[in-house]
Design a binder for this molecule. Structure first.
Ligand SMILES: Cc1ncc(COP(=O)(O)O)c(C=O)c1O
Length: 343
């Protein structure tokens, strides 16, 4: 990929903000350089390059630290990709519909044209249709896999077709990949310098409140994004908490297994309810159901203290409600409440 063509000229040309601490090796210094208060536990600025959590991630994911960008949630990493590459009012970004709404929101925020290709009735897509919509101002194609809100993971060969035939960056948002059988695209990073894989700590890791996401990409692109991001975009408490969480891989795997088995158990239970026309299979920690009484059902469930997400207004999702898998007790309660609903 021609990185200079991908990156906006002002960003390509700019020099990174630098702090005095960036210029010295890690060590036990007296810090009189950054106007901090010398007293307290959280008085020091955090590591701008998040080396400790990246070191653990590197071991877990088999990706080098230089290939990573960490953000205040993966939403921030996505926003940085837009800001680094897209010239407002000129460039465009392609994605699928329905998909995660933030891709469109970020396009609006950055004044970038957003081109969508509708999924087919099986919630799948033909890569050629995305490629046909691209032109010389198309900077990125964003694929969410497993997709939100459909829950479906796309076959890797479709993503490979995009990577081989698109001159910009292909972003694969793998927020829900830990729940899927489909392998992560991380393993293709070595073959494609136009691949960016986005993952988050908000779903399988259970740390949505901390705001932590990661982008895996070529070291050249990572260096550009790391130069542009706010220096202290991930606070010290978050970095410390990520380190602790990543030491408990057994706990992580247990939670993922439990949520996947609960997903299947809840789907099985709900499939006995005759007013549900369809339950879509899922590779994520949520799934969609279809019922003509979606509005009434949502209101009924809410009256019983449970919030579900209507996706009725999204393309191809008429009459659909998205259900997130909860604890076994929460899932039992939802089933009991939904049993009482008479369509
Ligand atoms: C597909 C997808 N990507 C990214 C995110 C946001 O993740 P984060 O909490 O890391 O910003 C979400 C959140 O719902 C999502 O569904």
């Amino acid at each position: 990929m021609n990185l200079e063509k991908f990156v906006r000229k002002n960003i390509w040309d700019m020099e990174a903000y630098s702090a005095a601490r960036d210029l010295v090796a890690k060590g036990d210094y007296i810090f009189l350089d950054a106007n901090e208060n010398p007293y307290g536990n959280w008085n020091r600025y955090p590591d701008p390059l998040q080396i400790d959590p990246k070191t653990l991630l590197s071991k877990i994911k088999g990706v080098k630290i230089e290939n990573m960008v960490m953000g205040n949630g993966s939403d921030e990493v996505l926003d940085l990709l837009y800001r680094v590459s897209c010239n407002p009012k000129k460039d465009n970004v392609l994605s699928l519909a329905p998909s995660y709404g933030m891709y469109y929101t970020l396009a609006c925020l950055n004044d970038v044209e957003f081109r969508e290709v509708l999924l087919d009735d099986d919630f799948d897509f033909d890569p050629q249709r995305l490629l046909d919509k691209a032109d010389e101002n198309s900077k990125m194609i964003i694929i969410c896999s497993p997709n939100n809100p459909t829950g479906k993971a796309f076959k890797t060969d479709k993503i490979l077709t995009l990577l081989k035939n698109f001159s910009g960056v292909v972003i694969v948002d793998e927020a829900y990949n830990d729940f899927a059988d489909e392998e992560s695209c991380i393993k293709y990073l070595k073959d494609f310098d136009n691949l960016v894989v986005i993952q988050t700590f908000s779903k399988a890791w259970g740390l949505a409140s901390l705001r932590a996401g990661v982008g895996y990409m070529s070291k050249e692109l990572a260096a550009i994004i790391n130069k542009v991001k706010m220096p202290y975009n991930m606070d010290g408490f978050t970095q410390k908490s990520l380190n602790e969480k990543m030491l408990d891989l057994d706990g992580f795997e247990k939670t993922v297994k439990l949520l996947v088995s609960e997903r299947e158990r809840l789907i099985k239970n709900l499939s006995t309810l005759s007013y549900i026309e369809k339950i879509y299979s899922s590779d994520a920690n949520f799934f969609m159901i279809k019922t003509a009484k979606h509005k009434e059902l949502q209101d009924f469930v809410l009256k019983n203290g449970i919030i579900l997400r209507s996706r009725h207004s999204m393309p191809k999702c008429q009459n659909c409600i998205r259900i997130t898998v909860g604890t076994p007790e929460q899932n039992d309660l939802l089933f009991e409440v939904m049993k009482k609903f008479s369509a």
